[in-house]
Design a protein around this ligand. Structure first.
Ligand code: IMP
Length: 431
């Protein structure tokens, strides 16, 4: 398979970073296609830890092209800091190894301020629990046709006019929120200051990727967040502001959907969520506490404690369908070591009815109670397993049962943050 899309199949934090890094060895190009620096991908390579937010995970591998596609929203100041940090760790980042789509919208300081102000003003039930990074307000400007995009930095005259257009919207909004008006000249000066640092990386990503595709190069599409945070198919309104599902890989860089050969869903062996919103299998007891502690469930971007719960096969069936998953990679199986029994949600009860999917309305989602199957756990350690033979029989049974319940084959099992601790069933890049 030439082109593989990796997407999170739950609420994010499934362990995509490690798998993208693992797969990137066989790819020529690694492309981000949505989200922004709300993402947090941790890579552990030879004991060295890299924390990435806006940069594609491919940057840490030499000889690859990393791409930030037009479907991403980009905070240029954050990006420059991240590049500096990663360079300090010995990674080379040049315009030959990193390309940013010219039509990528820029996250401005006003977006972050607006995001945080809205969250602070929100009352119980309306708070989203965003990362506060300005992601939503920037996507709003994009669809509102007033965003400032990467290539706008190249022309000081039109840049000023574009800033005016954006401020025509933002200044009245800011006034209503009790904020000062934006200092137009200061914002233009800030943008002019970063322009020469960002522009060397800018290019026509759609063109370059189509040429690479035609030349038989392998493209790895790196999703951020998770399918349950998708703006259309997630637990709306408690979602992020982009399409997260696999179809976005095509529009987020400018290639045809027929160029996608394999979709790999990354699936944690239990469930976590950061931020607000429905979570039918959430555990507020000692089991939830244990999953959080054993799984080190704290957000990479915000440090927030993640909510934890049992595996939800009903939700997985949905995300496998909306992303057209060809296979899944099951991660963090070792966190379940030592549980006497494990529960798996197979459907929901809502107002006396049984459902095999989560209904669309947020209020109905919140009222759903999970229907569980209970399975036997295992006492042995699965950490670091590299083949099925290294796994206890009940762990194999758990994985196989999940496969059956969600109707999608397991292609990989990840058993520690180290890249080599992976059981390979099917290589998504194999022909
Ligand atoms: P936003 O993307 O910052 O607007 O946040 C919207 C929702 O998505 C919140 O619930 C966040 O916690 C969640 N979210 C955003 N990015 C990530 C991520 O990378 N992992 C997990 N949750 C995320």
């Amino acid at each position: 398979m030439a082109n593989v899309v990796v997407v999170g199949a739950q609420w994010g934090d499934e362990g995509k970073g490690k798998i993208v890094d693992w797969l990137s060895e066989r790819a020529d190009v690694i492309a981000r296609f949505q989200g922004g620096h709300n993402a947090g991908h941790t890579l552990v390579i030879d004991g060295k830890v890299y924390k990435l937010h806006a940069l594609p995970s491919g940057v840490v591998r030499g000889g690859k092209l990393s791409v930030i596609g037009n479907g991403v929203v980009l905070d240029p100041w954050h990006l420059l800091n991240e590049i500096a940090t990663i360079r300090e760790q010995g990674v080379e980042i040049t315009p030959e190894t990193l390309m940013i789509a010219e039509n990528t919208p820029l996250i401005l300081p006003i977006h972050g301020e607006l995001d945080r102000a809205r969250e602070e003003a929100a009352t119980k039930g309306t708070k989203i629990g965003t990362t506060g990074r300005g992601i939503g307000p920037c996507y709003e400007d994009k669809v509102g046709r007033r965003a400032i995009r990467v290539m706008d930095l190249a022309d000081p005259d039109t840049l000023a006019a574009r800033v005016d257009r954006a401020l025509q919207h933002h200044n009245p909004l800011r006034k209503g929120l009790g904020f000062e008006e934006v200092d137009r000249e200061a914002l233009i000066a800030q943008l002019k200051e970063i322009a020469p640092k960002i522009l060397p990386f800018a290019g026509p990503v759609w063109k370059v990727l189509n040429e690479k595709r035609k030349a038989g190069k392998r493209i790895l599409f790196e999703g951020a967040q998770g399918a349950l945070l998708d703006i259309d198919f997630g637990t709306y309104p408690f979602v992020t502001s982009s399409n997260v599902i696999a179809g976005q890989a095509a529009t987020g860089v400018g290639i045809g959907p027929g160029s996608i050969d394999y979709v790999l869903g990354i699936v944690k062996a239990y469930t976590t969520r950061v931020g607000e919103g429905p979570f039918p299998t959430e555990l507020l007891d000692a089991d939830g506490q244990r999953l959080g502690e054993r799984g080190h469930e704290f957000g990479t971007t915000t440090g927030r404690k993640r909510r934890c719960g049992w595996f939800d096969a009903a939700l997985l069936r949905q995300t496998c369908a909306t992303s057209g998953m060809n296979g899944i990679c099951l991660t963090k199986l070792d966190v379940l070591d030592g549980f006497e029994t494990l529960k798996i949600c197979v459907g929901y009860e809502l107002d006396g009815e049984t459902l095999d999917y989560l209904p669309t309305a947020a209020e109905a989602q919140a009222r759903c109670t999970p229907i569980y199957e209970e399975v036997e756990g295992w006492s042995e350690s699965t950490e670091g397993a590299r083949s099925w033979n290294d796994l206890p029989a009940n762990a194999v049974k758990y994985v196989r049962h999940i496969e059956e319940l969600i109707g999608c084959p397991v292609a990989l099992v990840s058993t520690s943050p180290e890249r080599e601790d992976t059981i390979l069933v099917t290589d998504p890049f194999s022909d």
